[in-house]
Design a protein around this ligand. Structure first.
Ligand code: C5P
Length: 194
């Protein structure tokens, strides 16, 4: 039986780092689902067609991690047909042996509501902006504005809004080192039977 770990949360909460560490620890595959939306936004043209045509080469572009790519991703991610085009791929990925870790905004609520464990990773706005500013070498105040704009759009959209699943375990990383957050997450996943 494949084991699925669903991780959701806002931008720069630490969910990507935790997802990668869990995948490494348990020997599971990892999918950063934000990359799918970033790649759709980066292709330009009709976003629905871009989602239908998405190829591995699109996901390997080296300009997907920028703040501009994040904003473009969040705009195309609000389009229901874009989301629909990406569902099957994510669900197939989730059900592989021995297991898979997917991180995003709607993994526990829409993509994998049957996941063996769901984590919702958060941190305060200021701490998330500080972390992302260090990573991108950018102005923290500007990053804070952009994160808030993106989170507001992601949480307010009609289709698959960002929110914790009812049975998600909340993990607030504001006052944790990333190593502590990973140790905590590993214990939670083991507790769920991995
Ligand atoms: O996680 P990341 O910051 O790379 O995500 C970029 C954008 O993609 C998010 O702001 C969100 O709008 C969208 N996204 C989504 N659903 C997911 C993953 C990402 O809507 N499962």
């Amino acid at each position: 039986m494949p084991f699925t770990i669903a991780i959701d949360g806002p931008a720069a909460s630490g969910k990507g780092t935790i997802a990668r560490a869990l995948a490494g620890h348990f020997g599971f595959a990892h999918l950063d689902t934000g990359l799918l939306y970033r790649a759709v936004g980066a292709r330009g043209g009709d976003p629905v067609q871009a989602a239908l045509d998405l190829s591995p080469a699109d996901l390997a572009r080296d300009d997907l991690r920028t703040a501009a790519a994040g904003q473009a991703a969040s705009r195309v991610a609000a389009i229901p047909l874009v989301r629909a085009a990406l569902v099957d791929f994510q669900r197939r990925f989730a059900r592989q042996d021995p297991g898979a870790v997917l991180d995003g905004r709607d993994i526990g609520t829409v993509i994998c509501p049957e996941a063996e464990i769901k984590l919702y990773v958060t941190a305060s706005d200021e701490i998330r902006a500080h972390r992302r500013a260090l990573e991108l070498g950018a102005d923290p105040a500007q990053i804070l504005r952009e994160l808030r704009e993106r989170d507001a759009r992601d949480a307010a959209r009609d289709v698959a809004p960002m929110r914790p699943a009812d049975d998600a375990v909340l993990l607030d990383t504001s006052r944790m080192s990333i190593d502590d957050a990973v140790v905590h997450a590993i214990a939670l996943v083991k507790g769920a039977g991995a």
